[in-house]
Design a protein around this ligand. Sequence first.
Ligand code: SF4
Length: 344
Amino acid sequence: MIDEKLLAKYPFLKKGTLLFGNLLVEDILSEQKFSEARRIAISQIEKALGVDTRIFSNDYEARYLAYHISRMVLSYLHDPILINRYATLFRDLIEKNILKEEPEIIMEIMDAFSIDSRIEGKNLKISVMDYISMIKRLGEKYSLVYQKVNGGYVSFNFDTERDMIAKVIREAYVNYFRKDIENLKPPAEIFEFLKDDIEKIKALRDEKISSYSPGEFGELIPHAFPPCIKSIIASIERGENISHNARFSLVTFLNQIGMDKEGIHSIFQRVPDFDEKMTDYQISHITGEKGKTVYSTPKCSTMELYNLCVKNSVNDPLCFKEWMTHPLIYYRIKKKSKVSQGSK
Ligand code: SF4
């Protein structure tokens, strides 16, 4: 007998298809009896974006289906920020549950993630190759050199190392989920059925990006600036006067990624019609020092209207992604890849 409660908790388990595999995707996306599943799915994505919303339900089938509706929506939107945030939300739930989970269930989870592992007495054994792929984002404590390794397997005791087991499995989930979304082919009709919800999620995502505060970006990496911003800076460096909209976009962008007022000021010093007092006033106004409003960097669509989007002339593939809607998204993604490549 298949445990629906277990599938609601771990909706990625392979046996889920035995219970729900005969349902038609079209019905799940449209029929009234699945409306609770759709509500939970959209709420889960909203929660991943920081909205305080209810995602819990006692309806196990709805919870199981909600996860799979979320997967379809995320795959349709193909937005790395949304995918990461959703993976993090689920990752944390999984970690909490694993702390008190039965070893047999843990084995089912490992099987769903295609992790080569087994139970031996009180120990969970994970193949070294899989273990290495699971610990990339974890600290020193998880390094292979500090683990008990025997016959090609890393060993953890269920009684005394449960926190470590929970941590590595949560990371396995993140790896699994990213690949899963990458390989998933969302049904063509998803936008037709969930149009309003999808538009709401996109707007929420843009709002979230627009409200990023300097602290969220960490160290400043100019090589990761989007082409539109680089182009404005290049104009300034060539001694050209720039439009009001270009000034506004540049100041809001630099302010949101954490450049201080002096840094922004020093860039504008190169503008031919540089007026120190006026520049000071404009920067203080836009960054919120001279009023309550901190202005946000314009979205890509607004940059296009301002004639500041240069994607067609620079041909940067990142700018042509469907989900590229904001210069701050570009910076965030590019910065991550620069950091992981060790580039400055
Ligand atoms: S697509 Fe967006 S990030 Fe890229 S150049 Fe245009 S406005 Fe800038």
